[in-house]
Design a protein around this ligand. Sequence first.
Ligand SMILES: O=C(CO)COP(=O)(O)O
Length: 253
Amino acid sequence: MRKPIIAANWKMYKTFDEAVDFVEAIKDKIPSAEKVDAVVCAPALYLPTLVDLAKDTELAIGAQNMHYEEEGAFTGEISPKMLEAIQVDYVIIGHSERREYFNETDEAVNKKVKAALSHGIVPIVCCGETLEEREAGHTEEKVANQVKEALAGLTEEEVQHIVIAYEPIWAIGTGKTATADDANAVCGHIRKVVEELYGKAAAENIRIQYGGSVKPENIEDLLSKEQIDGALVGGASLQVESYLKLLEAGANA
Ligand SMILES: O=C(CO)COP(=O)(O)O
């Protein structure tokens, strides 16, 4: 029904040479794009080179963030126009680490989503609760609000070009993975929110990833769940063998 999407979020890891060696090592081993979408979201410095290396392969390259303005006096920032010009395919928006460490707001996330779409870049829009919010029973309310804010003002057509990533903050980098049933329930709630906003067809079509300590050992169970359409992976995407196993699981889901 929905093609799985397995995206690597390398965060602030790998030297330039390690990044080039990684893509060289995997680019001819990517499963068919008919079965899975394979994405590597690398540090911005490496994107032009990796896009060139991945050309004519089944691998797509993504950014980990971008500004929402076309250009301007925003020291250190990267514009959607710049990413479009080097043919970046995806961009992660609103990752919890950006919300936490760089004070990224729901409003900024919404502006970035709109800017990415207007430049033909697929936004991977992140949401997720803290451990305190989960323990207080506020998970569904938290992710619903983040999704509604992120998608505010978008048309049904635009929403079809978006991927949502549910990443419980307490599972990121901790080795603690949400159970497949819990992750499925929250992804199902997110899909319900999309249905309320945009109707059944949009809800059925949108892809929702799970992220948070995904590994080759647990990905098959996660992908076996009806509401989970892929994974956004940090640590386990940094090694070639591990990332290829994640892709294989996606292709066979
Ligand atoms: O933040 C994440 C992906 O965006 C998840 O990171 P880990 O897979 O290392 O938990």
